[in-house]
Design a protein around this ligand. Structure first.
Ligand SMILES: [Zn+2]
Length: 94
């Protein structure tokens, strides 16, 4: 997938790494509040327990987490993709 940088549509200050599928480009600083919240499901808690820098770098991971915090659930596909992206990021950091 092609990735490119776009200016955050909220603060219009920071650059965000997006793909052609991104509907709304929002930077980590602007989205940070949406990522706070208590996760009660131990499985989900474990899944979301990744280095903060991953959230900083990936709009996709932020969107998944914020949607889980908002709706309290995720689809199988979302979970699958979340894990895949985290794996890829871990690999690329080695
Ligand atoms: Zn912003």
């Amino acid at each position: 997938m092609v990735r490119f940088k776009q200016l955050c549509q909220k603060c219009k200050k920071n650059m965000v790494l997006v793909t052609s599928k991104t509907k709304f480009a929002i930077c980590y600083d602007c989205q940070k509040e949406d990522l706070q919240g208590e996760i009660k499901d131990p499985k989900m808690k474990k899944m979301f327990d990744i280095p903060e820098e991953f959230y900083r770098e990936s709009l996709f991971l932020r969107n998944i987490k914020s949607s889980y915090l908002r709706f309290g659930k995720l689809s199988g596909k979302q979970i699958e993709w979340f894990k895949k992206v985290v794996e890829d990021m871990k690999k690329s950091k080695q």
